[in-house]
Design a protein around this ligand. Structure first.
Ligand SMILES: Cc1cc2nc3c(=O)[nH]c(=O)nc-3n(C[C@H](O)[C@H](O)[C@H](O)COP(=O)(O)OP(=O)(O)OC[C@H]3O[C@@H](n4cnc5c(N)ncnc54)[C@H](O)[C@@H]3O)c2cc1C
Length: 496
């Protein structure tokens, strides 16, 4: 008999979601995490009394998260205290002007009316269109497998109205926004969300414009930091016997006759299991941990052809004053052609002095994230892995100083009030979380690497091997990887 029913490699959200659900089904589950903490990119850490997030800092698109907690016999509200952010954004435009967008659809309509009266009716059309699309996909596409074309056909058969939106899947985000709005400022506040995919609006799939709608259903921050979400899954899993070991690096997946039989740890220890779930980058899984010799030629070729997603930097600041900002989330907005252009330059290893990005003022929602009277900011900004003519070991400190100087113009007084400043670079994500190329979503989220084209949640090459997290359908992002954990647990329930 194997040591465990299921071994999960990686304690990211995808791994912990599937692990906790599988434990509740009565399986003996072991989660192995190489770092000293769980949560992967959805985690928090403390420095000099300030609590910072490592990566993810927004919770939105709640349905998959709520569904996962329901499957664990509880509710999200009972497990994690979420603070609702309203206004949802303060947009900072390139000319320095600002605009707050409230949570409610009607409040947002009033903002649009103020910027461009002719666009209000278009806003209402946009909300209606994406509201219907959201209702069609949120409890189908995001929580059902897309391993095969049959899976996709089943999804469409159950929800034939999705077919009406096929042009969105093939079209790009920029075209969608331009189709609805002609005013440039309205385009900026509805085009901004493309940057979450790490692609320029001209290369981001049109379906992601849905985020603009979804954000008005709620944007949240967990009291205590993003870590509270993985901690809740760990707590619930452990209640049902799930075991979690940190500081435990998995080196290899044991494979016999194309079947996963367990794992080999860094120190050579073998732990056997009937099933293995991988929550790590799929290229790394198949090429380094399994080995090409165990893969059919088509799988070898396929896995090598995947492009990694973009990487980012995270600037974490502990301040001894209240920053003059208008909202929890301040978005550095720009016209879509500027976003396209900057993205191309970033892909060519150029770092800009003026940043696009997202400023998260976490202490606005939870003052306990800093010592009394002090504040924390988490700023997500560009960070290409390969820098032109230099590298991150040389650039980390100078880049941090330049970024503080830039954000000092956006947030007056900032530079004089920084007590703690840390820049997490793509090298840090690679070294701490073993993200190849610092890729924040493992694999790029474009159409050619989505749904059936993304590595399958139930491996087609290795029996008993399942995937959860960024690398598999539906892709990256907090609610999305939780959706992948649900799918993974469902598939195991169905086939094993
Ligand atoms: C800078 C940044 C900002 C982001 N902002 C947002 C946001 O605001 N909102 C949002 O929704 N999403 C955001 N994301 C994306 C989101 O955080 C991720 O999509 C999600 O957390 C990934 O979850 P996952 O299940 O794929 O696991 P991961 O978080 O990738 O965790 C994988 C785990 O596996 C471990 N591991 C790797 N190799 C091994 C091994 N060999 N042995 C054992 N353990 C191993 C790693 O240490 C890690 O803990 C952001 C990501 C980053 C990096």
């Amino acid at each position: 008999m194997a040591d465990y029913d299921v071994i999960i490699i990686g304690a990211g959200l995808g791994g912990l979601t599937s692990g906790s659900i599988l434990s509740r089904q009565g399986r003996r589950v072991l989660v192995l995490e190489q770092s000293d903490r769980i949560g992967g990119a959805c985690a928090s850490y403390e420095k000099d009394g300030f609590t910072f997030d490592i990566g993810a800092c927004i919770v939105e698109v709640m349905e998959p998260i709520e569904m996962a907690f329901r499957m664990l016999g509880t509710t999200l509200q009972d497990e994690v205290e979420l603070v609702s952010c309203d206004p949802i954004y303060s947009f900072v435009f390139q000319d320095g002007s600002r605009l707050s967008v409230p949570l409610s659809f009607d409040g947002a309509a009033e903002v649009v009316e103020r910027i461009a009266p002719g666009e209000t009716a278009n806003w209402r059309r946009f909300v209606e269109y994406f509201g219907d699309f959201y209702d069609q996909v949120i409890d189908s596409f995001f929580v059902n497998p897309a391993n095969t074309m049959t899976d996709l056909l089943k999804m469409f058969a159950a929800r034939p109205r999705i077919l009406k939106y096929l042009p969105l899947f093939g079209g790009n985000y920029e075209d969608v926004v331009r189709k609805f709005f002609s005013d440039e400022k309205v385009q900026q506040i509805t085009g901004y969300q493309a940057c979450y995919m790490g692609l320029p609006p001209e290369r981001t799939s049109g379906i992601f414009a849905m985020l603009v709608y979804a954000e008005h259903l709620g944007m949240f921050y967990p009291r205590g930091g993003m870590m509270q979400i993985p901690e809740a899954f760990r707590r619930l899993g452990e209640k049902h016997g799930m075991e979690v070991r940190t500081d435990t690096l998995v080196k290899k997946v044991l494979v016999e006759d194309r079947r996963a039989r367990g794992v080999v740890l860094d120190d050579g220890t073998e732990i056997t299991s009937d099933l293995v779930v991988s929550n790590v980058n799929a290229r790394q899984l198949y090429l380094d941990m399994i080995g090409e010799e165990h893969l059919p030629w088509l799988a070898r070729y396929g896995i090598k052809s995947y492009k990694l997603s973009h990487s980012d930097c995270m600037l974490n600041l502990g301040l001894d004053y209240g920053p003059p900002l208008d909202a929890h989330f301040s978005a550095m907005a720009a016209p879509m052609e500027v976003m396209n252009e900057k993205n191309k330059e970033t892909e060519n290893g150029i770092l800009h002095d003026d940043k696009l990005g997202l400023i998260c003022w976490t202490t606005l929602s939870d003052p306990a994230m800093a010592p009394e009277g002090k504040h924390t900011l988490n700023i997500v900004m560009e960070g290409p892995y390969d820098l032109r003519g230099t590298d991150w070991d040389k650039e980390k400190e100078p880049c941090k100083e330049r970024a503080i100087a830039f954000f000092d113009k956006v947030i007056p007084g900032l530079a004089d009030h920084v007590q703690v400043a840390e820049l997490l670079t793509p090298y840090d994500f690679e070294r701490r979380l073993l993200y190849p190329g610092g890729a924040i979503y493992d694999l790029e989220l474009d159409l050619t690497q989505s749904a059936t084209f993304r590595p399958a949640a139930r491996s087609k090459s290795i029996k008993g091997l399942y995937l959860a997290g960024n690398s598999t359908h539906p892709g990256g992002g907090v609610p999305v990887v939780i959706g992948s954990g649900i799918i993974c647990a469902d598939l195991i329930d169905r086939y094993e």
